[in-house]
Write a protein that binds this ligand. Structure first.
Ligand code: GRF
Length: 208
């Protein structure tokens, strides 16, 4: 039987729109050999995304689909699907990708898309999750690495990172603490995926 280390590495496509700190963390883990994967391409919808610079630093090929240059949103989503099918990765990681993926993409890559969200799902899905948590006044916040399904931040949970909200903490402090946790759990979720250790049953993920 082929051992884990004789199996081919997984090809990973990243989608990112912004700063790219989560992308950087995963690329670092790949560079250190902690993830049995190969960064295939970064696809960004934003030509000004800092993630593009990070990709360059790690020699990860990039493709830009400039969302603002499309007069029809549906054309953007069609091109994105076409590009992803052409790249045909084993895994897609959405790391600060600010668009909702269309069902056609999710179906084409079912249980092969991992997202990082800055709240303890199912609490506070959608935008500005840290702000939502802070304003609600919760005592425990955090982040979730999860598979993407057709809902918004509703797919099977892989890992969660917890942040206790201390007296006097600002929203900014909270956001930074959550980000530190994101940088731990996203690469770990990708590592588990690349080692075929994640199993989904009745939308529950078990880690082998
Ligand atoms: C992170 O907080 C992530 O959870 C959210 O968007 C932010 C992206 O940060 N989806 P970065 O681009 O990875 O630095």
């Amino acid at each position: 039987m082929a051992s884990l280390f004789t199996k081919p590495k997984k090809k990973i496509v990243f989608l990112a729109s912004g700063r790219g700190s989560n992308l950087k963390e995963v690329l670092q883990w790949i560079a250190k050999g902690k993830i049995r994967g190969i960064g295939q391409t970064l696809v960004s919808d934003n030509p000004e995304s800092k993630a593009l610079e990070i990709a360059k630093e790690y020699k990860l090929p990039t493709r830009i689909l400039d969302f603002r240059s499309y007069s029809e949103r549906s054309e953007y989503h069609k091109d994105l699907l076409g590009l992803l099918l052409e790249l045909n990765p084993d895994l897609i990681v959405t790391a600060g990708y600010m668009k909702i993926l269309k069902p056609e993409i999710i179906r084409a890559f079912s249980n092969r898309i991992i997202n990082i969200h800055p709240s303890l799902l199912p609490a506070f899905p959608g935008l500005n999750a840290q702000k939502q948590a802070f304003e609600y006044g919760v005592k425990i916040a955090g982040c979730t690495a999860h598979f993407v399904d057709e809902g918004v931040d509703s797919g099977p949970v892989i890992l969660q990172g917890v942040v206790k909200i201390k007296e006097g903490m600002s929203e900014r402090d909270l956001t930074l603490e959550i980000l530190k946790e994101e940088h731990k759990i996203l690469p770990l979720a990708v590592q588990y995926f690349c080692e075929n250790r994640l199993q989904i049953q009745n939308r529950k993920v078990s880690i082998q």
